[in-house]
Design a protein around this ligand. Structure first.
Ligand SMILES: C[S@@+](CC[C@H](N)C(=O)[O-])C[C@H]1O[C@@H](n2cnc3c(N)ncnc32)[C@H](O)[C@@H]1O
Length: 241
């Protein structure tokens, strides 16, 4: 895939970029209505310089994309990987501003989606594993790595509860449902107790779940599905106390 030519620091306007060659055949969750929705998504993905990280490039859906609104969550699940969520943006910014946190380290990007944090860590010299249950997130992560000329590994394995050999875990915007937060946070806390550096990027959608964390930074991230920064939202980089 060649790098699209973009106006400096600006999103890819429709028509100015290549279509994203995502391999939708690998997305098992697209087996219902695969042809229609898969092609619509693929056609509408554009290269954006994400709001908080203008030095990165990501294949994302613009908010006006019809396929976002047409997506049937019952059939597909939402294409979370087609957005750079506020939590991921602040983690990526934090890592880019503090590269020694990850340089030369083994980093897990948990709930990676488009892998904005994983791409940022890889740019800083980390070896990165992106984990997301959605197979298309893995495909998206690999394409975004390629767009930024870095390498990543991906997995769709459920890692909550497993024991991992990593130095750093980046968890961007993964506390968006109380049930998920309740399953995930005890595991993340256990990793932090073993000496893994766990950084959570979160706009506090489920604030009570994150009460025992300290704020390392607060940034105004562009809100859900808004790669252009038209709507900003205070979003935190958090670590367990
Ligand atoms: C809101 S998105 C955040 C994506 C990315 N970190 C960002 O900030 O742009 C949350 C992601 O977590 C993934 N996810 C949810 N539960 C998961 C689990 N148990 N293991 C791995 N990924 C999971 C979803 O598929 C989704 O892609």
């Amino acid at each position: 895939m060649s790098t699209p030519v973009l106006p400096s620091g600006v999103e890819g306007a429709p028509g100015s970029v290549e279509k994203c060659p995502l391999d939708f055949a690998r997305g098992e969750r697209f087996s219902i209505g695969q042809h229609h929705v898969g092609q619509a998504l693929e056609a509408e993905l554009r290269v954006f310089a994400p709001f908080l990280c203008p030095e990165l490039r990501l294949w994302l859906l613009p908010p006006e994309a019809r396929s976002w609104h047409a997506t049937d969550p019952l059939a597909l699940g939402m294409p979370y990987w087609a957005f750079a969520w506020p939590g991921g943006q602040v983690l990526a910014r934090y890592v880019l501003d503090h590269p020694t946190l990850v340089k030369g380290k083994r980093v897990l990007d948990f709930g990676s989606g488009c892998a904005i944090e994983g791409v940022a860590a890889a740019k800083c010299g980390a070896s990165v594993l992106c984990a997301d249950l959605d197979p298309l997130a893995g495909v998206s992560a690999l394409h975004n790595a390629s767009l930024n000329e870095v390498a990543l590994e991906v997995t769709t394995a459920e890692l909550i509860g497993s024991s991992l050999e990593v130095d750093v875990i980046l968890a961007g915007d993964v506390c968006y449902e109380p049930e998920l937060a309740a399953r995930l946070l005890p595991w993340l806390r256990a990793q932090a107790r073993r000496g893994v550096q766990v950084l959570i990027g979160d706009p506090l959608r489920v604030p009570e779940a994150l009460e025992d964390t300290a704020r390392l930074a607060t940034l105004e991230a562009s809100f859900d599905g808004d790669p252009r920064g038209l709507t900003l939202w205070p979003t935190h980089v958090l670590a367990f106390r």
